[in-house]
Design a protein around this ligand. Sequence first.
Ligand code: SAM
Ligand code: SF4
Length: 353
Amino acid sequence: MRLHLPVIGQVAPPVMGGALPLDPLVDLFARHVRYLRVSVTDRCNYRCSYCMPEALGTSIEFQPRAALLSFEEIERVVRLFAGLGVRKIRLTGGEPMVRAEIGALVRRVAAIPGIEQVVMTTNGHLVAEHARALVAAGLTGLNISIDTLDPDRFRELTGRGDLARVQAGIAAARAAGLPVQLNTVALRGVNDGELVALARYAWLHGATPRFIEHMPMSAGQLYAADAEISSASIRQILEAELGPLTVAASARRDPGPARHWTTSSGREVGIISAMTDHFCAACNRLRLTATGDLHACLGHDDAVSLRDVLRGGGSDDDLTRAIAASVTGKREGHTFERSGTGGPRKHMIGMGG
Ligand code: SAM
Ligand code: SF4
């Protein structure tokens, strides 16, 4: 198997010239984009089995550094998005903390007028070193991925991971005052017996646990259908030990992709059901890859290249038109292809989750 990272779907040529739409961030289904996820690198210090397994070895082709958007380019794009109404930026990857000077990028993005939240999704390996500086730079929240509490299983799942480091990172993030959510991909036969323990671990450390359905990215190459646990089953597993879950008040305020639930003792848990219970009608996000491709949906390969506009000397109006083309092309919803014969072909490591 040969993976080129990131494989991009049909990247449309940027749109130059023509009238500017009234609100470039409203799509054909009246959804307003208010949230931009920015992947800052396609590289990672881990090799998770469902994302970029070690077995791929030297067949992984990373993008050359010059192909990645520079901090100046990212800042320009985010400034434009902020002017159009985006309020929340999530930095992701690959592993965002392996990009050199990531704190400097956080500082730039956090200083942009209109941006209210700058959050990051990380595997946690480098959090202990960076947490304080990132908070000082303006980071407002952290999602840390942790799929198991068993050190050997953790190593096996992540290829190169170190559970103790991630746990130290969770403690450091909380000590630095960051709100923390812990992301777990629920995998049958791997960690389904640990979901309750992971939830309790998160609560004990002042974090919110979130369980994610396994998704067939990479044209299904890294997907095992029998490992997927539906959100309904995740809920059943949790309820069997924790009692009935009710819809959390935060879910009513912020209808994001994670459905948030509360236990009878008031503990909150999120379940992200991209596979079995779509949240597309409330989708308010776009995704920018490290190479500047703007994707309107995780489940489709379509993209518009903002890098071509940036590097082709495009004006802010040209960029806005390219963004509007992406938003207009945002599909009503997604269906992931479980058979491995269809889309999306793109990789999670290129998209950042
Ligand atoms: N490296 C960082 C991390 O692991 O948190 C950020 C990037 S990673 C692609 C973002 C999230 O996507 C992680 O929580 C990871 O577990 C999740 N993820 C990766 N591949 C997935 C898949 N096939 N299905 C569901 N979630 C996946
Ligand atoms: Fe790296 Fe995150 Fe993918 Fe794991 S899930 S390989 S940590 S990008």
